[in-house]
Structures are given as structure tokens and as C-alpha cells.
Design a protein around this ligand. Structure first.
Ligand code: AP5
Length: 198
């Protein structure tokens, strides 16, 4: 967990390699559904562009569909769920072993999201500062693009929802929660996460 741009997706991907278990973000599952061109995806598209949350029912359905895949048998890293108290209550079919919260100040969120690039094909996250630009090719062959919800208005809305709806979820997880400072290089933050998990 953590505010927008704290590096959840970036760190989940690294941790997935380290622990050899899959990582998936609710946001990416929704973007994949949009990319599929389905009717459900069309509905999600408008909601994500506004920076709002999809319905709790739709989020739960997307999660259950992903968890049904056999690669989650030995565990998984979940990014972006649950994001409010009703999702917390609905997530009663599994118990997390660790709840990590990556903390960054608001200015850092805004700075990072302004320069973020995402691969349209594999969902990998990068940044303009890494020397890539929209339209360049990712190593998977997909195209780097700027997410539709990385506009100033949508970022503001997402941060406000995080404060209001997601912060109470962190309180609910109580003693399971470990906070990690999200400032510093990707590698520095990753080492803090490994230390906390160990
Ligand atoms: P989602 O895709 O989950 O977006 P988010 O929560 O807004 O989080 P971000 O992806 O913006 O940030 P991140 O922390 O993953 O940062 P990242 O690693 O990319 O959700 C999108 C939307 O889907 C929601 O708004 C909502 O509409 C919907 N949704 C999702 N979950 C839902 C749910 N449960 N219920 C209902 N609706 C839901 O890094 C950001 C940038 O910073 C990158 O460019 C990266 O390269 C860079 N960076 C990372 N670490 C560092 C570092 N240490 N130093 C410098 N730069 C760094």
C-alpha cells in the first residue's frame, strides 16, 4: 500500500522476482481489461480517467478472477487492494502475512507521476528520467505511454481518495503493518523492504 507514485508497482515487480511469486496490481488488472476492448473495460476506462475507484463488486470480481490462476498457489504480492473499508471487509477469503506501506510526501508523488511511463503491453513501469519517452519500445516489444489518469486533476482526486478511503484500511491492518520510507533510489527502497520482510 502507499500513496500514488510511492513506487508500489515498481517494488512489487522487483519483489516478485526476489520471492518467485507473482505480483499484480488492481490498477493493471483494470487496464488489461480496458485493453481487451470488452464492455466491462469500456466502463472502467471512463472511471479510471476521472481518477475514481471502480465499484467494490467489480474490483472483487477482477481480484477473484486473477487469484483463480494456478500461479498464486504459493503466495502473491497484491498492490492496490483493498482500498476502502468495504473492500477490506470483502477480502475475507485470504489473510495477508505482511502489509507494507510505502510512504512518500505529496510533492514526490506529483513529481514522479508527471514523469511516469507505462508499457502498453506488459504493464512495466518506467520514467522519463530513465531516458525513455512516449512511443519508445519496451524490451517486451510494447510501446511506452503516459497513463490517462496521470493528469494533474486525476492525480489530485486519486490522492484525496487515498487519504479519505485507504488510510482507514491501513489502521485496520494494525500490527501487520510495516511502514517503509519510499524516498531514495529504487534499490535503496527495495533493500528497506527486504529488511522489513526478513
Ligand atoms: P493503480 O494503477 O493502482 O494506481 P495508483 O494507486 O494511483 O498507484 P500508481 O500506479 O500511481 O503508483 P505506484 O505507487 O504503483 O508507483 P509506480 O511504481 O508506478 O490504480 C489506478 C486506478 O485503478 C485507480 O485510480 C482506480 O481508478 C482503479 N483502481 C485500482 N485499484 C482499485 C480498487 N481496489 N478498487 C477500485 N478501483 C481501483 O511509480 C511511479 C513513478 O515513480 C514511476 O515512473 C517510477 O519509475 C518512479 N519511481 C518509483 N520508485 C522511485 C524511486 N524510489 N525514486 C524515483 N522514482 C521512482
Amino acid at each position: 500500500m502507499g500513496p500514488q507514485g510511492s513506487g508500489k508497482g515498481t517494488q512489487a515487480e522487483k519483489l516478485s522476482v526476489q520471492l518467485n511469486i507473482p505480483a499484480f496490481g488492481m490498477g493493471q488488472l483494470l487496464r488489461d481489461e480496458i485493453a481487451s476492448g470488452s464492455e466491462l473495460g469500456e466502463k472502467f476506462d471512463a472511471i479510471l480517467k476521472r481518477g475514481e475507484l471502480v465499484s467494490d463488486e467489480d474490483a472483487a470480481q477482477m481480484l477473484k478472477r486473477r487469484l483463480a490462476k494456478p500461479d498464486t498457489q504459493n503466495g502473491y504480492i497484491l498492490d492496490g487492494y483493498p482500498r476502502n473499508l468495504s473492500q477490506f471487509a470483502a477480502f475475507d477469503f485470504d489473510t495477508p502475512t505482511h502489509v507494507l506501506v510505502i510512504d512518500v510526501p505529496r510533492e514526490e508523488s506529483l513529481k514522479r507521476l508527471g514523469g511516469r511511463l507505462t508499457c502498453r503491453a506488459c504493464g512495466k513501469v518506467g520514467a522519463l528520467k530513465d531516458g525513455i519517452k512516449p512511443g519508445d519500445q519496451c524490451t517486451c516489444g510494447g510501446e511506452w505511454y503516459q497513463r490517462d489518469d496521470d493528469t494533474p486533476a486525476a492525480i489530485e482526486r486519486r490522492l484525496a481518495i487515498y487519504e479519505k478511503d485507504t488510510s482507514p484500511v491501513i489502521e485496520k491492518y494494525g500490527e501487520l503493518v510495516r511502514h517503509v520510507d519510499g524516498l531514495g533510489s529504487v534499490e535503496e527502497v527495495f533493500q528497506r523492504i527486504i529488511k522489513v520482510i526478513e
